[in-house]
Design a protein around this ligand. Sequence first.
Ligand SMILES: [Zn+2]
Length: 430
Amino acid sequence: MKTRPSIAQLVCYILLAALLIAAAVLLSIVTKTNAEVQRVRALTPTPLPEFGSILKVTPDPSLPTPEPVIRSGASGETVVKLQTRLKELGYYTGSLDGQFGPGTRTAVTLFQQQNSLQPDGIVGAETREVLYSAAARPAVTPAPTATPAPTVDTTSIGAVQQRLKDLGYYTGTVDGLTGPGTKSAVKLFQQQHGLADDGIYGPATGAVLFSDAAHPVVTTPTPDPNLVPGLMANGYPILVNDDNYIPDNYQTVCLVNMRDYCDPDIVTVKGSEILGEKYAVDALQAMIRAAQAEGLKKWQVNAGYRSIAYQQELFDERVYAYRQEGMTGVQARAKVRQTVADPGSSEHHTGLAFDLAVTGEPSFGATKQSVWLAQHCWEYGFILRYPADKTAITKISHEPWHIRYVGTAHSLIMRDEKLCLEEYIDKYAN
Ligand SMILES: [Zn+2]
């Protein structure tokens, strides 16, 4: 026979159930907390600086702190921390997986070797102390990779010099000593391999230098727009005339398109293709600005740089025209040479010679600008290249419009001593 439980019995059951639930929850919390404390203890047997505070909270003075040695086979947070530090210093390139495997061991050994520690691949107190201090030296060799095959000691300066020499970056002697020569070779190598060009041989440079990615030096000179162009090795201006063709290896420094480059308020550039050496064009603009300040305006540039190929074209066209008129080849060429320089013998190949004009004036020689130019060009580094009184020497008829940049160091002497370029070179440079 079934009876319904009384109210008192019901209350009793509910209270009992609540009590059981509460006990279970409490037990679970205590167990969890204890497990957490044990875990932290196991992971941090010795106070590492950042764990010091935790250990202060949970000290266990009854147990001596065991010497924390991390070696092959270890795993967990401490290994991750170790790998992170070794990676930071350039010794370790593997993943931060928290497994102390052969890669980590090699990195530790390398670190020890380069920091005057016993290279045993085990992280003991001494190694750790150095490793986590500011005194830890970054790796000076390429970090060990999965496929290390260094047959040379890439940390030896001699080996680095030899490698740079083999590739053409270093031209000095392989003496195993660092010096300015080695440093600039390293810098050049870095520049040509997209590396930070500090001239310091570090792990990143080493990794490329001793790899297949290292290519021989590329000797295309990088033009320095501030370099004074047109000077010979002895510092004197290059002489280009019928007897002195421009050298085959002559290189312009920095040609600019004059119409794009020049201030149109200063100078009109006749053709859209006229080029000039930036250094000389700057001087030209400064000069014309000074003339304008004295009321002499409407300056125009009719010619600047001419390539040898272009000069050849110009020459051939004229020869053809004279031959159409019935001249022989010899006659035609002789006739053309009276007005057009042979390809290779024109000063315009330097990019430092300009033919000037005054807009709307058919004869430059008859202008006030021409008088001003003859008087003042010297102050801006230019010379009147073919003066009326030097035609016997230059073998070119008077050209009041043709100026050549040589720099004030030379132009002022030539003005004061009344020398044309041939005379000046003959007197001082030969
Ligand atoms: Zn000219």
